[in-house]
Design a protein around this ligand. Sequence first.
Ligand code: FAD
Length: 382
Amino acid sequence: MIGLVFTEEQNMLREMVRDFVNTEVKPIARDIDENEKIPEDLIKKLGEVGLLGTAFPDEYGGGGFGEVGYCIAQEEMGRGCLSTSTLIGAHQSIGSNAIYIGGTEELKQKYLVPLATGEKLGAFALTEASAGSDSFNVRTKAAKDGDHYILNGEKLWITNGGIADIVSVFARTERGISAFVVETQWDGYKAGPAEKKMGIRGSMTNAITLDNVRVPEENLIGADGRGFIVAMKTLDAGRLGLGACCVGAAKEALELSAKYAKERKQFDAPIANFEAVQFMLSEMYTTIFAMESLVYRTATAYDEGKKVSTEAAAVKLFCSEGLDKVVDYAVQIHGGMGYSREIPIERMYRDSRINRIFEGTSEIQKLVISHSVLRTNGVWGA
Ligand SMILES: Cc1cc2nc3c(=O)[nH]c(=O)nc-3n(C[C@H](O)[C@H](O)[C@H](O)COP(=O)(O)OP(=O)(O)OC[C@H]3O[C@@H](n4cnc5c(N)ncnc54)[C@H](O)[C@@H]3O)c2cc1C
């Protein structure tokens, strides 16, 4: 099988994460789902091995692996547990990354360093009742009061909202949407109970209330009124990482399915002998091949400093829908066993569904892509 060309460091990173996932994550992935909780001990270990700051440069406490390295790490984590990869994604790729992309040097030293080293956990709070797909319609207010802003409002569906120390919050000032670093121990920050979800049940999701939270003006991420740009740039990276998680989960589903198809016998033959099953495996493989190619091609361009908003939307759209197709076939190949909570396929089927919803639904990715196609008259590369 042909492979993508990675550097020696990137291959070592992949081996390290695969080992970590095999020993520390896979054995407890079922408990994480059943108990609806990622153990604190695992979160601590993620920080210790550098998985909470893989992408960021060394000077900010990160691993210096950039977006490609982050995708490698998230692909491997996606193989083992999509709840854990979601915790990492919300913490690193969007929560902390907003500070990396838009923050001052002081903000980076004060907040990004402890986030990247895993001393603190991060989150990203954009969504509200009125601002789901219409994410520009943020109603949370940030009123200027001397050298502070006073934040009031409610955020919904915030991953890590109940366990994070530091949250990148988007709120409306007189100048427009602005981004702020908020410490969760400040007066007025309150996380609601964990949402009861269909999948990624170990990843905690909460509503957040901001009740007169006083935020110093130096905690503005980017200029006042320029927060939506920070949010959109951050989501480009978020969507690539999310695609990588899908690649990992899909590869795991293919491996489990190929193994099962050879072991399971019906009509005196392994079900792998039946063309219908072989065709499902072929489609799974081809979909994954395309997903993987999209993720690393786009992550490489991102690391080269290219603008990849359209491509990142395409990655997110194709990989999230691709994973759903792959895990659906995986359930089918496993027959009744695929429906049983005894094996990981059932959990993977439930866990994958969220990828078509968060960080922008499939329909919103299609809007981003079609706007770009129409703007450029469909001219490739324009
Ligand atoms: C488990 C989970 C974790 C999350 N984590 C975070 C987080 O950490 N931070 C954060 O800020 N948010 C988070 N979210 C929120 C998530 O990003 C939103 O749920 C998502 O963007 C969709 O918004 P909505 O739920 O309001 O759906 P809606 O916007 O109400 O969409 C409902 C349906 O209408 C469709 N639709 C809406 N507008 C259009 C349109 N113009 N054209 C075509 N179709 C349209 C949508 O595609 C969808 O099918 C999370 C959500 C979940 C479920």
